[in-house]
Design a protein. Structure first.
Length: 745
């Protein structure tokens, strides 16, 4: 019953409204918004005349509601309406907008925090019928939006700030007059006899009137004379009202209220509250209690996971009231969040993708710095954020948190001998995700270093079987990338044994299937690898991962590559389109994922004998790889990027087909050099190296280039043997051109 009442209540308070054919994150204004007709007209006039307007006023005076009212009343005027919360990292706010534009319009905007603001500025500058709102600017914070104040554009921009400095075309929001206060009070109060009391004894701020009305509505038998006396004597009526409301709350509601003030108060979900509350069984009632006193408002009425906001001024007053307890509440939030993180890798991934989780983790991290939380607790939250950034290929933000870890490591903040079991596990997981970061940069040697260090520590940790298993698989895949197939297979088999013994939940078995698929691929067992790749994809989907999740990048790419090798070009093309569609909404075309995709498209076009298209795609792929300074540093003595090597092999095949022998040999040699430094004595384990040797030898024979024939042919014989199918094929082919591998130069 409480749940039904709660839903009805929050629906009555507010809802989230989107125009069906528009891009918008507009939240409808509260139903009891009153007057400000003059300011609304000024806002509209300034936007029409100058394309910019600034709404200025103290916190709690109604700036956001005024702007929401304008945006809601004029929503049909705009194709895009987007509010950016300047209380959060503004780059991350722009990334949310970039994601939406990419998904809805295929805008191909960068989601790199260093580039996203400029890219969106350029994108919107030539367009009209859009509205951006920079909301929640505090005193002294207008510098955050300086470049947008000076921006030349054809849309509309609104700034909402407590500070008018440097902002254009300001509209000052003043307190309500008696008439407006009366209307608002009458709208809110159940007992209209209380209107006079509310109007005469409260300050004329909407937030104070709203709070006072809710107290009068909800506290039956309230001694109005005592309350009135307190109001007269109080210099901070908002704080007084919050204190009065708190006096009516249960301890569970009070505790939850204090914790909410430490979250992203602009947007937090019911599922998140369920994690941080001490009494999840009381959550529906606690939300109802906080809502009825207007301490929180519902802004997204998805019944499965309601989303709420808390006004800035309320959050600030609650933080003041909590005082020294804020640090304790924050530590409790961190521990609850990190303890809740599911015990399987896949479920943890799904948890981090839930709505409001990412921005709340980021705000909590910021508050951790503010309240100087102990490093051993901070590492728990930063682990979640780092994992989230690495898995989404946001290496810019991942690097910052890796730097934080390394700096604290150098300062001796992590004392392994003093850590308990859980602390060792968290520390080990952090080392492992740093390994994941380097693996995504194709720096496999460094990745292995971190994985091994994590593995050594995990050996003395009880429990955490899912993460131990995943660590073994990640280490195995890194060994594969270095051609160390025996080491890779050993780690993969150990993980498989853990699954067989029931130590790891089968939710994560797709991770095992994918590691086995990679191993089989490196061994040249393409049909078996395809089977394991399909198993991976099917299991991920069965466990709730959507088909357009970034988690599918590896399996989709491997499947496309195998299908190309097996000459199933149409199915490979369909798979490549799927993985391309996943990434085109979030990354620019110079991202390394597109180089990998273009390499496979080039192989696809080559197989279909569309030679010009194939050459065009492979050149684009190589250009992207070479300009990616993280993967292939310009100052490096040699490169060891296996994806770049694979691209050179495809390029060599195309030139070989065109009888451009010198260019083909040059491409194959570039691949050979990369493989040499990457695999070294392990080249003999890698099927793709043997294929390169065979192709390089064949084109050298056709070109009558004995020197190059030996450069490719001799390593093939030495590393793979005279009985290897590629060796036999190579020698038979070269006999046609009277080329003898053992002839004297």
């Amino acid at each position: 019953m409480t749940r039904i009442v709660l839903i009805i209540f929050v629906l009555a308070l507010n809802c989230n409204v989107f125009a069906s054919n528009q891009i918008s994150n507009l939240v409808a204004p509260v139903s009891y918004f009153v007057n400000h007709v003059k300011q609304l007209n000024n806002l509209k006039n300034n936007l029409n005349k100058y394309r910019q307007a600034s709404v200025i006023g103290t916190s709690g005076i109604g700036k956001t509601q005024l702007i929401r009212t304008y945006a809601y009343e004029n929503k049909n005027q705009y194709h895009l309406t987007w509010f950016l919360d300047c209380n959060l990292d503004i780059n991350q706010e722009f990334i949310k907008l970039a994601k939406q534009l990419n998904q809805e319009t295929n805008a191909n905007l960068s989601e790199d925090p260093k580039l996203v603001q400029k890219e969106i500025s350029n994108y919107l500058s030539s367009r009209d019928k859009w509205l951006l709102v920079f909301d929640n600017l505090k005193i002294g914070e207008n510098k955050k939006v300086k470049e947008f104040v000076e921006w030349q554009h054809n849309g509309h921009v609104i700034f909402a700030s407590q500070d008018k400095e440097t902002l254009p075309y300001t509209i000052k929001l003043t307190v309500f007059d008696k008439k407006d206060t009366t209307i608002l009070a009458a709208n809110l109060l159940e007992n209209k006899n209380d209107v006079k009391f509310l109007v005469e004894d409260f300050g004329n701020y909407p937030i104070i009137i709203t709070q006072g009305a809710q107290l009068l509505n909800q506290i039956k038998g309230l001694n109005k004379e005592v309350y009135m006396k307190k109001i007269h004597q109080s210099a901070d009526k908002i704080r007084l009202n919050i204190e009065e409301a708190i006096n009516e709350l249960k301890p569970t509601s009070i505790n939850l209220l204090a914790k909410i003030a430490l979250l992203n108060n602009q947007r937090f979900s019911k599922n998140l509250l369920k994690i941080i509350t001490n009494h999840p069984e009381m959550l529906d009632d606690d939300i109802y209690q906080l809502s009825k006193f207007a301490l929180i408002l519902n802004i997204d009425s998805d019944e499965d996971n309601l989303v709420f906001e808390m006004h800035d001024v309320i959050a600030q007053k609650i933080l003041e009231l909590s005082g020294n307890n804020n640090k304790l509440y924050l530590e409790e939030i961190v521990i609850k969040l990190t303890n809740f993180s599911p015990a399987t890798v896949v479920k943890s991934h799904l948890f981090r993708k839930e709505k409001t989780v990412k921005e709340n983790l980021e705000v909590i991290a910021r508050n951790i710095e503010r309240y100087n939380i102990d490093t051993n607790k901070t590492i728990r939250l930063n682990l979640q954020l780092t994992t989230m950034y690495v898995n989404s290929l946001d290496l810019y933000n991942a690097q910052k948190l890796i730097d934080w870890f390394n700096q604290n490591e150098e300062k001796g903040k992590f004392k392994l001998w003093l850590m308990n079991n859980d602390e060792k596990a968290i520390y080990s997981e952090y080392l492992a995700i740093i390994g994941g970061y380097y693996r995504r940069l194709a720096n496999y040697t460094t990745a292995v270093h971190y994985y091994i260090k994590a593995k050594e520590i995990f050996a003395n940790v009880t429990g955490y079987q899912a993460f131990k298993s995943n660590l073994l698989l990640c280490l195995g895949k890194s060994y594969l990338a270095l051609g160390q197939l025996k080491e890779a297979e050993k780690n993969i088999k150990t993980s498989e044994q853990m699954f067989n013994e029931g130590l790891v939940d089968k939710t994560d078995i797709g991770l095992l299937y994918f590691a086995k698929a990679r191993l089989l691929f490196m061994q040249g067992k393409y049909h078996e690898s395809l089977e394991q790749t399909n198993n991976t994809i099917n299991v991920f989907k069965e466990n709730g991962i959507k088909s357009d999740d970034l988690y599918f990048t590896g399996p989709y790419m491997l499947k496309a590559e195998i299908l190309n090798i097996l000459q199933n070009y149409q199915e490979s093309r369909n798979q490549l389109k799927q993985v391309h569609d996943i990434h085109k909404t979030s990354k620019k075309e110079d991202h390394e994922i597109f180089a990998r995709i273009y390499t496979q498209i080039a192989k696809n076009e080559f197989g279909l004998e569309n030679i010009d298209k194939a050459l065009e795609y492979i050149k684009k792929a190589i250009e992207i790889f070479l300009t990616d300074n993280q993967r292939n540093p310009k100052e490096a003595e040699y490169l060891n990027d296996p994806d770049l090597a694979a691209s050179y092999v495809v390029q060599g095949n195309i030139y070989f087909f065109q009888n451009n022998f010198n260019q083909a040999i040059e491409s194959y040699k570039k691949a050979q050099i990369i493989y040499f430094y990457l695999y070294r004595e392990n080249s003999k384990n890698v099927a793709q190296v043997s294929y390169l040797y065979k192709q390089g030898a064949k084109v050298s024979c056709k070109a009558k280039d004995l020197y190059s024939y030996k450069a490719f042919g001799m390593p093939q014989v030495k590393e793979f043997g005279v009985d290897h199918p590629n060796t036999i094929s190579m020698i038979e082919y070269c006999k046609q051109y009277d080329m003898d591998l053992w002839a004297e130069d």
